[in-house]
Write a protein that binds this ligand. Structure first.
Ligand code: NAD
Length: 436
């Protein structure tokens, strides 16, 4: 099938590469010319395991190409995916400017029946809005349909998630239109659900809001555990074994960040308000999340009191492991606060340092290994739970530190092991331990 994907970010590039890998003829479009040039030269604009190889393979086989020429790409395609960014405005409302721009350009380019698929995360009603924008900007009345096909991939495992999604949601105006998408996705052999367009749009927000609430619930329980002397890891393990609850997204820590949960929760609260519903439950989940960085820095401050003049090694900068994405990363708030309180910060991340350097305060010192970051540090603060940190040589880490103090914002290590290794160890929702 001839497919066009507009937007070559995390979603668009991965979607384009996977559809090409399934044997389709895919053109990926972006309006940032430097991005397209880099992609043509085989350079990935994002870090995503397995992506570079998949792109290279499909480009070499002639199934995947890159262009800034949206009109030409649309004219040769049966299906056009919109995968541009939908950031939040200050009010929490979703900014649909990029979606509107693309819809207008598609309208002006279309010469024959086309299925326009919205994969960007957009508020309920956007499918209808895209249809109206296209109708308004068509130069001649060419038939088309608008489908909602929300994306659920996670950065860091985007290829795997796209190849093996838990479900594929197709919100289509008619069964016949849905069939076009069913056919495209059929080779994946994954569960598909066909809905109307607004319901598909709502499924995406409801899912993200539910997961964000689950994380905040675990963090609220962690706060209680700290007060009551209970261990949140044992509590959430006990909860997660209940099949009705499940263990995923039930870990206490610094809370969620990234390009999706914060903006999607704000957007749903805004949509609800617009519709006349006060979504107090989701507001509370957002508030619990907002307090996490402050809570963690207070932990660091208490352990190091005073913070002024102390050196803190921060391990992990990306908003989560296996990505270089710094959008809404907790490291930004944590490091900014530590610096404001007078500490020096030596930071390390396996891949996010180039992006981090553009958003973190200038006083941050970047190091090329966790051990270099911990050199003469008064404390190590773990912010992002990269697997690499799980397998650190902790003896070596302790030896280079000035004081063997670890503050674990993600409950990555076992308190008893840290105690035996000679650390003073503080984590989230668990009792601190002193060195053996
Ligand atoms: P991104 O910012 O990484 O990529 C968006 C791309 O669109 C950029 O390359 C940008 O240059 C391009 N673009 C913007 N306007 C354009 C235009 N007018 N014409 C052509 N290209 C244009 O964004 P992303 O993370 O891939 O997210 C895209 C959408 O998917 C968002 O709605 C997001 O909420 C949703 N989503 C993201 C994820 C994720 O993990 N990143 C997961 C699920 C859903």
């Amino acid at each position: 099938m001839n497919i066009c994907v507009v937007g070559t970010g995390y979603v668009g590039l991965v979607t384009g590469a996977v559809f090409a890998d399934l044997g389709n003829d895919v053109v990926c479009v972006d309006n940032v010319a430097s991005k397209i040039e880099a992609l043509r030269a085989g350079q990935m604009p994002i870090y995503e395991p397995g992506l570079e190889e998949m792109v290279a393979r499909n480009v070499a086989d002639g199934r995947l190409s890159f262009t800034t020429d949206l009109a030409a790409a649309v004219r040769r395609s049966v299906i056009v995916f919109i995968t541009v960014g939908t950031p939040a405005k200050d009010t929490g409302q979703t900014d649909l400017a990029a979606v509107d721009d693309v819809a207008r350009e598609i309208a002006q380019a279309m010469e024959r029946y086309t299925v326009i698929v919205n994969k960007s995360t957009v508020p309920v009603g956007t499918g209808e809005r895209v249809r109206e924008v296209i109708e308004r900007h068509q130069t001649s009345p060419v038939p088309f349909d608008v489908v909602s096909n929300p994306e659920f991939l996670r950065e860091g495992s985007a290829i795997e998630d796209t190849l093996r999604p838990d479900r594929i949601v197709i919100g289509a105006p008619t069964q016949q239109v849905a069939m076009t998408l069913l056919e495209l996705y059929a080779p994946l052999e994954r569960p598909m659900i066909i809905t109307d367009v607004p319901s598909a749009e709502m499924i995406k927000y409801a899912s993200n809001a539910f997961l964000a609430t689950k994380i905040s619930f675990a963090n609220a329980i962690a706060n209680l555990c700290e007060m009551a002397g209970a261990d949140v890891s044992q509590v959430t393990k006990g909860m997660g074994l209940d099949a009705r609850i499940g263990p995923a997204f039930l870990s206490a820590g610094l809370g969620y960040g990234g390009s999706c949960f914060p903006k999607d929760t704000d957007s749903l609260i805004h949509t609800a308000a617009t519709l006349g519903y006060e979504f107090a439950l989701l507001r509370a989940a957002v508030e619990v999340n907002r307090e996490r960085s402050g809570h963690f820095v207070a932990l660091v401050e208490k352990a190091l009191a005073p913070l002024d003049g102390k050196t803190v090694a921060v391990l992990g900068l990306a908003f989560k492991p296996n990505t270089d994405d710094m959008r809404e990363a907790k490291s930004v708030e944590v490091i900014t606060r530590l610096l404001t309180l007078g500490a020096s910060v030596r930071a390390y991340d396996p891949v996010a340092i180039p992006n981090a350097a553009t958003v973190l305060p200038q006083d941050t010192v970047f190091c090329d290994s966790p051990y270099a970051a911990a050199e003469q540090a008064d404390a190590v603060a773990l912010v992002t739970e990269w697997n690499e940190f799980k397998f650190l040589n902790l003896e070596r880490l302790r030896k280079v530190m000035r004081r063997p103090l670890i503050l674990d914002g993600r409950n990555l290590w076992e308190p008893e092991r840290m105690r035996r290794l000679g650390f003073e160890y503080h984590s989230i929702g668990r009792k601190p331990v002193a060195p053996a």
